[in-house]
Design a binder for this molecule. Sequence first.
Ligand code: SF4
Length: 241
Amino acid sequence: MTEGFCKRCGTCCVKGGPALHTEDLPLLQQGAINREALVTLRRGEPVHDNVSGAIVLLTEEIVKIRWKVSSWTCAFYDSEQRSCSIYAGRPLECRALSCWDTREIANIYHRGRLTRRDILHTPSALADIVAMHEEQCPVGQVDENARRILSSGGSDVEAMGCLSALLARDASIREFLADRTGANRETLEFLLGRPLERILPMFGLRVNRVGGKTTLIRDDSYLEESSRVHNSSSSGPTSEA
Ligand code: SF4
């Protein structure tokens, strides 16, 4: 084993917040981390697995600490002080990560990850809406229809229609939930994951609105940028691709 110590370089905190595990549940129950600080990455979303270094599709959802706007920096990282603002109550992955010896994080990385079901009170009307959204707006259908659209060069009208309907359904459920519960954008991103329109570029497409007309167009920029970011520095806790 190579001896080392934390130099507080912050590298592990600027590559996306950690995914949460069973051991982190008390932090949520005690209010040390609230729901607005969380984001759900849903089954079927591509993510950068920092242990294997590969981009993989999630086979189960994960709940993460959200990152700051326009960067992958963890929401709890204080860039000026170069420190964690919840250091004493930081999640398991952060406590397990030693960049000079990644064996401990590799050991816990895929084990006991929290899901929304673990966090929400069940049964409840809110949990029912979350389950209904998962059933009616699965990320896998974005992937499937995007592949068809891209492989047909945009001529697969049926896939275009399916994807457009999916995006509209997702937006409508979000609006409904916000109206009924007063949930803000951040809380909705924990409850329902990120809007499908926002994750669409991860599958090589984006929504284009010009002069009142909405179309789906090819867009490779997201994956190119993600690949550049993740290839340019060393590993941290779970990061989105
Ligand atoms: S919770 Fe703290 S230690 Fe963990 S990634 Fe965020 S800033 Fe870094």
